[in-house]
Design a protein around this ligand. Sequence first.
Ligand SMILES: O=c1ccn([C@@H]2O[C@H](COP(=O)(O)OP(=O)(O)O[C@H]3O[C@H](CO)[C@@H](O)[C@H](O)[C@H]3O)[C@@H](O)[C@H]2O)c(=O)[nH]1
Length: 427
Amino acid sequence: MATTATRPNPHPHILVFPYPAQGHMLALLNLTHQLALRGLTITILVTPKNLPFLSPLLSSHPPITPLVFPFPSHPLIPPGVEHVKDLGNSGNLPIMVALGKLHDPLVEWFDSHSEPPVAIVSDFFIGWTQCLATRLQIPRLTFYSSGAFVALKSLSEIEFGNLPGSPAFKQEHLPSFWGCFINSFEDLEAEYVQWLKTHVGHNRVFSVGPLSLIGPDVSDRGNSGSVSEMNDQVLTWLDRCPDGSVVYVCFGSQKLLRKEQMEALANGLEKSATRFIWVVKSGTTQQQVEGFGVVPYGFEQRTAGQGLVLNHKAVGGFLSHCGWNSILEGIVSGVMILAGPMEADQFLNARLLVDNIGVGVRECEGADSVPDSDELGRAIAEFMTEGGGMKAKAKDLKEKALAAVSHGESSMKDLDRFVEELGQLGG
Ligand SMILES: O=c1ccn([C@@H]2O[C@H](COP(=O)(O)OP(=O)(O)O[C@H]3O[C@H](CO)[C@@H](O)[C@H](O)[C@H]3O)[C@@H](O)[C@H]2O)c(=O)[nH]1
């Protein structure tokens, strides 16, 4: 009897849909680069203001097709704003809702395409693409710009905020949950990844990080033609500092610290008598204190290597809000982390680093907490002079992170495994 087996397709077409926030988008673009290297045909959906973020990817892979839809209007989003960085984290909900209006234009686009995508890879903040994929009868892969912990939580219940009545479902009650990517690596979260696979009932959980190491644009100081004057100044200053003597301070791309928090932090840094680099989001009070002082948020962005400063041998510690990208960048630089989680997944991330792995200490926590500057000063000074155990663990974890993305190792294997599974879909 003749069988009609689907022939594996070596270049399956996928639609990638990133969420427009710093901590989400860059990681998914790095993943897209890896998928393009493995021969997938890729369409990537953005709105006009976010198109420039694709430049490094598109110049590395001219066959990738950008699909540009106008940003749908929303009463809480000023015209011309299409990215969370321009609104702060209160902008997340309106942006998610606005993007939901792309559902119908996307269905039309799929219907009119001669060879439409056979799968959608979309950020976990764009939950409605699960419904879209179900309607189109293709799989959707969720991209978690965070670790397995967060994926576990969000898979336990999935909300569709922009559908009438904002329904929430248990993952196992949803059709066509096919798989997910997490920006993590085996040695960091092996047990949680295993748990996740057991929870979803299959192996299509792909740990493909740290994605900051495997993007299209890994420039270093050797090709720093476009490095801004600010970067040059910072790096020149770092070159003059003793090894491991500088603490790098950054609270991510979304959170604006309040005036009292800024003051407590500035005083604490001053009292610690430790050299520091403090990245602040513009719009906040900038205080120049001892050390190199403050630099505007985004000063690193013009250099593709996001860990440029963290990787400098003068930097020994990282005072961080524990956003997932920040801690991964800290890990791959082998620095110890002084944890100040404020919101979202940051408490879980801090627990992983401090309690499970032992590469950090907890300093303060909570979105509104104002640290005591004397205590903070003492904590920073002690943390930076910490020798032995924690430092060695941080170096060890760095080696494991670098190994995960080496040829044939765990994250690379998971990328290959995904492409193989996708090829089986045909189309
Ligand atoms: O001057 C700077 C300073 C930092 N960065 C980069 O900005 C990113 C910040 O990302 P992250 O550390 O994840 O923080 P948030 O921007 O706050 O990220 C949001 O998204 C993350 C991923 O889902 C969550 O883990 C966080 O809790 C959430 O706040 C990192 O890649 C930094 O290298 C720059 O590009 N320029």
